[in-house]
Structures are given as structure tokens and as C-alpha cells.
Design a protein around this ligand. Sequence first.
Ligand code: IMP
Ligand code: MG
Length: 200
Amino acid sequence: MKAETALSSRDVEYEAEERAFPEYTGGRPLRRIVYSASQIAARVEQMGGEITRAYGPDDPVLMVGLLKGSFVFLSDLVRCIRRPIRVDFLVASSYGTGTTSSGEVKLLYDPSTPMRGQHIIVVEDIIDSGTTLNRLIGSLEAREPASLEICALLHKHVAKDLEYEARWVGFDAPNEFLVGYGLDHAEDFRHLPFIASLPT
Ligand code: IMP
Ligand code: MG
């Protein structure tokens, strides 16, 4: 009985979010909700707990968010971490306005915080082809951090030559183009509180 109640309240939440699509998007269609706001919140809380427990009390931890996609995830995640941390950002760009990777990664902003001896956690919204991380992690390693880990909200598990695996992954995502909770399509939809897929 309990499971049934939980399921139906989740359905109610999905339906409410689906009804809200046109308000958020100005009428542009989305295909379906993939992760609801409360599902995301529960998983982010768990990940924050795991990160909290992963380091010693005196370890200097620096979270580096990859902009722009990680801005919502990072801001929720850091508030679930109950230990001292610092936060900085990296701006890299691997996508144009399409829905497939161009294979090119441009570095537009580099963190000013020194990384040497720091425990770095690179925070990424989604791992797709892996191009972004393959390109970035090598250059961050050269700065001699004490450790370097990747935390991704979503992982599509389609990358063929991923050089570095993420230590923390929120959800194993379907191989669809996803928007919301920071993820964009041509800069639209980043503000959706849930994650949805686009119509194909
Ligand atoms: P990768 O370099 O192919 O692994 O892609 C990483 C970046 O591409 C992510 O940080 C996103 O900004 C973008 N990206 C990949 N897949 C999606 C998607 O399904 N929706 C929105 N952005 C995506
Ligand atoms: Mg993007």
C-alpha cells in the first residue's frame, strides 16, 4: 500500500510539472519529464552527504563548477556539503547551438584560485561524449592538485574514450537530449526546475 501511495504522489508531481511546461517554455513543447524537481533534490542531498564524508577534516577542498551548465546543480550541491569547501568556476564551451558535440572545447575562463595541494572536485552537469572532461582534466592535473575527482549530475554512458571516470554520478541518463536544471538547448530552458527531454 505504501509503495502505491509513493508512486501515485510521484505521478501527481510529474503531471503538475508537465502541465507547467508551456508556462516555463512559452509554449514550446518538451517531450517528457525525465527527473522531477523532488527526485533531483533527494539525489543531490545524498551526493552532498557522500562528498562530506569523502575527505579528512583538514583537507582543503575546492569545488570547480563547469559553466554554464552546472550552475544550478553546483548551487544546490554545495548547500548539502557539511564541511569547509571553496568554490570556483571554469568556463568551457564544447557545443554550438545544435544537439550533437562539435568535439571542440574552448576555455573561456580559468579559475583564479590556486589548485596546487587542493582536493579538486570538478562539477559537471552531464557527461555525454566525454570530450569536455578529457580535454580539461589533463590541464587541471598539470596544476598539481592533491587529488582530482569528477562529480556529474548526469552520465549518458555513451562516451567511447573517456579518459577519466566520475567518482560521483547523480543519475545514469537516457541517451536523449536533456534540458532544465542548468542544461540548455541553444541557451533556452536552463531555468526549468526539473529535467526534461526535447521532442525528437
Ligand atoms: P561532452 O563533452 O560531450 O561530454 O558534453 C559535455 C557538455 O555538453 C555538457 O557539459 C553540456 O553542457 C553539453 N551536453 C551534453 N549532452 C547534453 C544534453 O543532453 N543536454 C544539454 N546539454 C548537453
Ligand atoms: Mg550546454
